[in-house]
Write a protein that binds this ligand. Structure first.
Ligand SMILES: Cc1cc2nc3c(=O)[nH]c(=O)nc-3n(C[C@H](O)[C@H](O)[C@H](O)COP(=O)(O)OP(=O)(O)OC[C@H]3O[C@@H](n4cnc5c(N)ncnc54)[C@H](O)[C@@H]3O)c2cc1C
Length: 473
């Protein structure tokens, strides 16, 4: 008989959280801490969403999205998770760029970037200061018509080398382009520039297991391998429950951490919303997806330190189409040294490239396997210039593609970073359409990434708490 992953689950909860990405986990934890009964449902066999890991024979553990996040993560983890989690966050100091226009290593903060822009790129100190101040002041209420391209044209006209330095890591971190609103760039860039790039020592498995322990201590009912098939809504447009693994479970409120478009169009269904809202949701653009190559070195075999994050490109200038192309010319390497997982003797490397879903979706199985093999081979060849002899040192290599992300996270088109900016409005207005229905998860570029997802989980759980509290008194 098939195992019942909902065994002993109650028939009703105050809140059901659909999905265990960082926003879903954070919402579940805060709501349970506030005294609500919370059921968290995750379709995958592991928690974390994109913030997850996998193991391979030989003791290799690969992190999927643990590359770097801004310092704000320390405060968010301390306030909404635990001091212990916050204490494991450490800075990455070796951020490297290697491309036909420049070769440099930086700590990726305002002080170092100011120095680089003035001394290496010969920008006047006054322009640099004005640029940083302008970016820092940007916020959600700014003019959305001004694009990131407009911003760079104003400060650095004709300087594609400067645009590359300022934009390449942000495109990698959230999929944004020069055509996205400047405010999305300003907010994310300034978050990084305040102190640099940070990571979680101990690996994603350690982080998510600590989060799991905290949620269990706070009373969250955690269920994996539980696919929500439907969100149930009453005729007067209130959430009443979900159908999960074929079983109905009732609730007063829902936080969906699933992709915002699939929450609205698939889990609820268009007929439950105002027509104009559905049109808006349909017009929301998904963000791009990614490919990764996971490379484990033989036990005890290492390489000379060569940075933590390396933005490699063979392309001149900043070109988003080239960054997304299957004809890869840009790769970001994350180097994981044994210190990443104290006690380990392993060196690992993950190569990431942004990718278009359509380039991978239509391949036959044979073409798909060949394309993955080619990605592994060309990545190793490229890596050889930074880790000489990599072909002999390697113990395990495999690739993931937009199809992999779609399969494991159920994001439409394997979107790695949710939606473009307009998705934020659709997400925020969800509860105005259906009482008790909320969304927390990657949308609008600024609510994406580890910090954006955690912070959006906080914002949404506060809304849900306000909604539920009168009903509890
Ligand atoms: C390759 C890659 C590299 C990245 N690198 C970085 C980085 O260096 N720094 C950074 O800050 N961010 C990075 N990110 C982005 C970051 O990982 C994500 O923005 C963030 O983790 C997303 O969290 P989320 O809460 O939006 O949920 P997601 O991670 O999208 O999780 C959603 C969850 O919902 C579940 N779900 C969906 N539908 C259902 C359903 N019907 N029933 C049950 N469960 C369901 C999914 O299985 C999934 O677990 C990277 C992402 C990728 C793909």
């Amino acid at each position: 008989m098939a195992r019942d992953f909902l065994k002993d689950a109650r028939d009703h909860y105050d809140v059901i959280v659909i999905g265990s990405g960082l926003a879903g986990l954070t919402s579940a934890n805060i709501l349970a801490r506030a005294g609500h009964s919370v059921l968290l449902l995750e379709h995958h066999y592991q928690l974390g969403g994109m913030a997850t890991w996998f193991k391979r024979a030989g003791g290799h553990i690969f992190d999927i999205s643990l590359h770097g996040f801004p310092v704000g993560m320390i405060k968010s983890c301390r306030k909404y998770w635990t001091q212990e989690i916050a204490d494991s966050i450490v800075q990455l100091k070796g951020i490297r760029f290697e491309n036909p226009q420049f070769s440099l290593t930086t700590t990726f903060n305002r002080e170092d970037f100011t120095k680089l822009l003035i001394e290496e790129f010969k920008i006047t100190p006054e322009t640099v200061t004005r640029f940083f101040d302008t970016a820092r002041k940007m916020n959600f209420f700014d003019d959305q018509a001004r694009t990131t391209r407009d911003l760079f044209n104003e400060f650095f006209p004709g300087r594609d080398d400067v645009v590359r330095l300022l934009m390449e890591p942000i495109t990698y971190a959230n999929g944004s382009t020069l055509e996205d609103p400047a405010l999305t760039y300003g907010i994310v860039f300034s978050n990084f520039m305040s102190k640099g790039v940070f990571t979680f020592r101990g690996g994603t498995d350690h982080l998510v297991n600590q989060m799991k322990a905290e949620m269990l201590a706070n009373g969250v009912d955690l269920r994996i391998r539980c696919l929500v098939e439907k969100i149930e809504v009453s005729p007067d447009r209130k959430v009443t429950g979900v159908v999960v693994n074929g079983r109905r479970i009732g609730c007063n409120a829902i936080v969906s951490n699933a992709n915002v478009k699939s929450t609205i169009l698939n889990l609820v269904g268009e007929d439950k919303f105002d027509k104009s809202y559905v049109e808006e949701v349909k017009a929301v653009r998904l963000n791009n997806s990614s490919c990764q190559v996971y490379i484990a070195l033989k036990p005890g075999v290492g390489f000379e330190p060569c940075g933590d994050l390396l933005f490699h490109s063979e392309h001149r200038g900043f070109d988003v189409e080239a960054m997304l192309s299957r004809d890869v010319s840009s790769r970001t390497f994350s180097f994981y040294y044994p210190e990443t997982r104290p006690g380990s003797d392993r060196h690992l490397i993950v190569s990431s490239t942004n990718a278009n879903y359509k380039d991978w979706a239509e391949l036959s199985e044979e073409e798909y396997q060949a394309a993955k093999q080619d990605l592994c081979d060309t990545t190793l060849d490229c890596l050889n210039q930074y880790v000489p002899g990599i072909h002999e040192k390697v113990a395990h290599v495999e690739a993931s593609t937009p199809r992999t992300f779609e399969h494991y996270t159920r994001h439409m088109q394997g979107a790695s970073f949710g939606t473009k900016f307009e998705g934020l409005k659709a997400s925020k207005e969800l509860s105005e359409q259906i009482s008790g229905l909320y969304h927390a998860g990657s949308v609008g570029i600024i609510m994406s990434g580890w910090l954006g997802a955690v912070n959006y989980g906080v914002i949404t759980s506060n809304e849900v708490d306000k909604y539920l509290t009168p009903a509890m008194t």
